[in-house]
Design a protein around this ligand. Structure first.
Ligand code: DAT
Ligand code: MG
Length: 136
């Protein structure tokens, strides 16, 4: 059974020039990119995307960061795509992320951890609808 997930190469990943590396890892794994677009998020979209974190102390910084430059949004499809991409991404804290993962190889700070991947089928559906309403 195929599944879809929303992947973001966040503004730090675009600035660091690792968009190609992220795409390459997704393709190497056998997952398929079925939609992709570079864009700069409005605060409204960012607050909606990260709505579950609204009450966290880092929410303001998170929204500043994610709206602070262009990002690359993708819909990625394949068997267990949600879990498969989160395994490629590695742990949220890049210092704890295993070397060989995207975050383990490219980042050091939790607030700048290069990629986002949906964490459940419900989040994936909500996030895909937010970024690519034409696919939902
Ligand atoms: P993930 O991106 O692995 O799903 P999350 O949903 O818990 O992690 O958090 C969303 C983003 O918020 C995360 O990628 C980076 C930021 N973040 C999480 N915890 C943080 C913290 N303690 N301090 C600063 N930023 C944090
Ligand atoms: Mg998350």
């Amino acid at each position: 059974m195929s599944e879809r997930t929303l992947v973001l190469v966040k503004p730090d990943g675009v600035r660091r020039g690792v968009v190609g590396d992220v795409i390459s890892r997704i393709e190497r794994k056998g997952l398929k990119i079925i939609a992709m677009e570079m864009r700069t998020l409005s605060r409204e979209t960012a607050e909606d995307h990260y709505g579950e974190h609204r009450e966290r102390p880092f929410f303001g910084e998170l929204v500043d960061f994610i709206t602070g430059g262009p990002l690359v949004a993708m819909v990625v499809e394949g068997p267990r795509a949600i879990e498969a991409f989160r395994a490629l991404a590695g742990a949220t804290d890049p210092v704890k992320a295993a070397p060989g993962t995207i975050r383990g190889d490219h980042a050091l700070e939790i607030g700048e951890n290069i990629v986002h991947g949906s964490d459940s089928p419900e989040s994936a559906a909500r996030e895909i609808k937010l970024f690519f309403p034409e696919l939902a």
